[in-house]
Write a protein of this length. Structure first.
Length: 407
């Protein structure tokens, strides 16, 4: 929680209005930035930079955090965003529950809660439950908190610019509902609404030590989707529909019907719902991807064969994706990833067979480690970036100044 050493003067408060470029540059640096690098990035004189840093430090937004030793030089102090200057409200919406969290600006989860609800009840009911949950979490944290931004993870295609669900999905009745506007008015803060797989891609990409510029996250659970990172940035496409590899079609004799109504979708061969269907056809009880994995873990040959075939089908689909995007790393997540090498080996073998050697020379394909808060942390990263971007920093500071003045 923010704690100021002394009340800010009117002059210090007023000077915050010109500090946006400095704040956004510090926030983007992540691991800390020196004053020299900050001056070069912002093109400010040493005196002007010193004045703006003084205002940001007095306001509790920027702090000194450690030092770096340039080659052949003296240690230099690094500057970073103070994670306690505000909070991010994040929500991961599922079919039968929502996971809510409040994070700091790092972002690290401060407090979280699992709230039961039915997504079929519609967006208005969901937003009211969400607001009540955030209220409880903030009350439990105690103290007065500045809400920097809100992050929302949704199991559907999302137009991130408008904060609206588009197209057919499990979110019946949610199409075109103004989620972003509703939350923006409620919390007077910017809102980052994203498809859940995109947020999982952000989470997985950020926790990789090497942070590859070209990266693909594939979620194989009840359905199948992917999140694409190219040149270090999430790629959403024109309307937020990128990465929908589950509905790539492979037309062949006897191709199965997909739940979307089309014939031959990759998902109809390899998603959890399709594998459960095929196990039932062989006389085994299976409702969903979790039951499929339970049969795999029990060593049932029918389940092992189906998951290996799903891996080969995934390898066919990913072979096309690798040929187009040439990623350095692919991470497979979702419930089916718990099958481990039963799923991964045929994926690797099929991708290697389908692609030219150059495309797979440095490619690594691994399974994600399950983290329940992954979508929440991905949403927090997305919300933080929105609030503290070069375009968002000035509005952030204006709201922050009003918040300080109201104290």
């Amino acid at each position: 929680m923010l704690s100021l050493a002394a009340p800010l003067s009117d002059t210090s408060l007023a000077s915050l209005s010109v500090c946006g470029s400095v704040l956004s540059t510090v926030a983007a640096a992540g691991e800390g930035i020196s004053r020299a690098a900050l001056a070069e990035a912002t093109n400010l004189s040493r005196m002007t930079l010193a004045q703006r840093l003084s205002a940001l430090q007095a306001a509790g937004l920027v702090r000194e955090e450690g030092s770096a030793v340039p080659s052949g030089g003296r240690p230099t102090r690094l500057l970073g965003l103070d994670p306690g200057a505000g909070v991010l409200l994040t929500a991961d919406m599922g079919e039968t529950h929502m996971r809510l969290a409040v994070t700091d600006l790092a972002p690290a989860v401060l407090i979280q809660e699992l709230v039961p609800f039915r997504i079929a009840d519609g967006p208005e009911a969901a937003m009211e439950r969400l607001a009540m949950g955030f209220g409880r979490l903030l009350a439990d944290l105690g103290g007065r908190r500045f809400v920097a931004a809100v992050g929302l993870s949704l199991p559907a295609p999302v137009d991130h610019r408008l904060g609206r669900v588009y197209g057919p999905s499990i979110l019946t009745g949610w199409d075109d509902f103004p989620l972003g506007d509703w939350l923006r008015v409620r919390y007077d803060a910017p809102v980052a609404a994203e498809n859940d797989v995109n947020l999982l891609a952000i989470f997985e990409h950020r926790r990789l030590p090497e942070r590859p510029d070209d990266f693909l996250f594939v979620k194989m659970g009840t359905g199948i989707g992917s999140g694409i990172v190219a040149n270090g940035r999430l790629q959403r496409g024109a309307r937020g529909a990128s990465g929908d590899i589950g509905h790539m079609q492979f037309l062949e004799p006897g191709a199965p019907l997909c739940r979307c109504g089309k014939i031959g979708c990759f998902e109809a061969r390899a998603a959890g719902w399709a594998l459960a269907r095929d196990l039932r056809a062989q006389g085994l009880e299976a409702r969903d991807a979790r039951d499929v994995i339970a049969h795999v873990e029990a060593g049932r040959p029918e389940a092992l064969a189906l998951v290996r075939a799903a891996g080969a089908a995934a390898g066919e689909a990913l072979g096309h994706v690798v040929a187009v995007l040439n990623p350095e790393r692919i991470v497979i997540g979702g419930t089916l990833a718990r099958a481990g090498e039963v799923l991964l080996r045929p994926i690797r073998e099929t991708v290697a067979r389908r692609c030219l050697p150059l495309a797979v020379r440095d490619l690594t394909i691994t399974a994600a480690l399950p983290v329940p808060e992954a979508s929440l942390i991905g949403a927090a990263h997305c919300a933080r970036e929105l609030a503290l971007s070069s375009a968002g920093a000035d509005p952030f500071l204006a709201r922050y100044r009003q918040w300080l003045e109201a104290a």
